[in-house]
Design a protein around this ligand. Structure first.
Ligand code: ADP
Ligand code: MG
Length: 215
């Protein structure tokens, strides 16, 4: 992602970078222009998620710029509604991941301590719950497991009220990819970023939102 300094790095660009680094992200296509041609989205398996992107679009769902559960035919009307509400540079259409436990994974760079990995419960309840753990990078695999076990809501990961346990090894692998030896924390071009949510299920993890934090 060289050459992007000084402008907004869009979700699909962060996701392309993450995919290359081995972080699972949804299959998706981007379209732009005043009359977007959603043809490339025919390749995707529904249900689909439509997200608008643009320089001023940060918290997308707050401005109606995320729609889930769409069929291919819904993309035109749903995108027109988004355009009517907010300034849009283009759209990301992606496959909708199966529901699971929504986590937040972040990387920040503390001026005093250096790169810090954050992991916790994410999604819509993230801010209300504030259930997160922090570790300096690089973390070990034991650190990753301890971070997860330290969450107040950790039982959601290990099987709660009949729900199957999530694939904790896949969560650990993701935390190592970001914060472990040789991890993304060493890649300065990505700076600071936040994956919220990462959806964890019994069959793996997938980062369905990725936000570059301008530093
Ligand atoms: P925001 O900018 O508002 O954080 P997100 O990209 O996180 O927007 O989308 C809002 C919510 O929609 C997410 O928290 C998640 O629950 C759901 N979502 C977004 N993308 C997907 C996807 N590909 N599959 C499943 N759910 C998704
Ligand atoms: Mg999000």
């Amino acid at each position: 992602m060289d050459g992007h300094v000084g402008r907004h790095v869009y979700e699909h660009e962060v996701k392309a970078f993450l995919r290359e680094a081995g972080v699972p992200v949804p299959r998706g296509v981007t379209v732009s222009g005043p009359e977007p041609d959603f043809g490339p989205a025919r390749e995707l398996a529904g249900p689909l998620v439509l997200k608008a992107f643009g320089p001023g679009l940060v918290h997308k769902s707050e401005v109606g710029a995320v729609r889930v559960g769409l069929a291919y035919e819904d993309l035109g009307p749903a995108s027109a509604a988004m355009r009517a509400r907010t300034a849009v540079a283009g759209f990301l259409v992606e496959e909708q991941a199966a529901p699971g436990v929504e986590l937040i994974v972040g990387l920040t760079r503390d001026p005093g301590f250096g790169p810090v990995l954050l992991a916790g419960l994410g999604g819509v309840w993230a801010e209300a719950l504030r259930d997160t753990a922090l570790r300096l990078c690089p973390i070990s695999e034991a650190d990753a497991r301890r971070m997860l076990a330290s969450l107040r809501g950790s039982r959601l990961l290990y099987g709660h009220r009949g729900a199957p346990p999530v694939d904790v090894d896949a969560v650990v692998k993701l935390l190592m990819t970001v914060g472990g030896p040789g991890g993304l924390w060493e890649r300065l071009e990505l700076g600071e970023f936040e994956l919220n949510p990462v959806i964890a299920t019994s069959s793996g993890v997938i980062a369905v939102d990725a936000r570059h934090l301008p530093g």
